[in-house]
Design a protein around this ligand. Structure first.
Ligand code: SAH
Length: 260
């Protein structure tokens, strides 16, 4: 087959550094019991090893030409299923209730994709993704740091987030504009944070971070009264980045309770 030309609109940057590929496979550590879902397998940089080691591999690829190649290459592998589909719309529940998800993600859709996958978190054992390093830093940021914000809070209330290693631009063809990083995500056991109102929490956090320099008291003036802060024992003079995930959840749950 002719060489595939990388398509920008599909965020295609193909990994071609054997040492990095090896490090990713070792981090995932696929076993014969695993049902693995690979998002955006592309030309198969990590697909070969996954297909060899996993019990079953589901490859979800959007680019029709790459799907044809994957079907050609894995047609005779009984443990590989190639899905021509948009990972953002894909129903991961159709693949069972104990899946592992991996991928060198298209960076232009990584945030919506993470939130789509969250909906299936009770069926997901773990996830390993290559992302922009800047995104991984925000996902894993702790309160008090500059990178701490909505992304880290809304993912961190459902997932344990563990950055593994950085990946330089030169590991890809064509190289992306920025440094990448591999991150491991483990769903927290259900109820860890006991969120009563996911949408309310999301709005509360977005509003709080609209202006990072403002205190909660000012940013949340329209939705949170002084007595609400008192009820959950949160200092309304704090800035949004000084508030833990658990405190945002407590405040949101209190507002939800009050509105019922
Ligand atoms: N995993 C490969 C390719 C990474 S590039 C490697 O490491 O070399 C990102 C891949 O995601 C491409 O193959 C691209 O076609 C695919 N992709 C882009 N948008 C997608 C979507 N919405 N759903 C599924 N795959 C997508």
């Amino acid at each position: 087959m002719a060489k595939h030309r990388a398509r920008k609109r599909f965020g295609q940057h193909f990994l071609n550094d054997p040492a990095i590929i090896d490090a990713i496979i070792r981090a995932i550590h696929p076993t014969g019991d695993d049902v693995i879902v690979e998002i955006g397998p592309g030309q198969g940089a990590i697909t070969d090893a996954l297909a060899r080691l996993a019990g079953h591999l589901h490859a979800v690829e959007l680019d029709r030409d790459l799907v044809a190649r994957l079907r050609h290459n894995y047609g005779d592998h009984r443990n590989v299923t190639v899905h021509e589909a948009d990972a953002l719309q894909f129903d991961y529940a159709s693949l069972g209730d104990r899946i592992r998800v991996v991928g060198n993600l298209p960076y232009n859709i990584s945030t919506p994709l993470l939130f789509h996958l969250l909906k299936f978190r009770e069926r997901i054992l773990d996830m390993h993704f290559m992302l922009q390093k800047e995104v991984v830093d925000r996902m894993a940021a702790k309160p008090g740091s500059k990178a701490y914000g909505r992304l880290g809070i809304m993912l961190g209330c459902h997932l344990h987030i563990e950055p593994l290693f950085d990946v330089p631009r030169e590991a890809f063809d064509p190289p992306p504009r920025v440094t990448s990083a591999v991150v491991r995500l483990d769903p927290l056991s259900p109820g860890t944070f006991d969120i009563k109102d996911e949408a309310g929490l999301s709005t509360l956090v977005s509003t709080a971070f609209m202006q990072r320099r403002k205190t909660l008291r000012n940013s949340l003036k329209k939705s949170v009264e002084f007595t609400d802060f008192e009820a959950v024992d949160i200092d309304s003079g704090l800035r949004p980045e000084q508030v833990s995930i658990a405190d945002y959840v407590r405040l949101s749950n209190h507002l939800w309770q009050k509105s019922r």
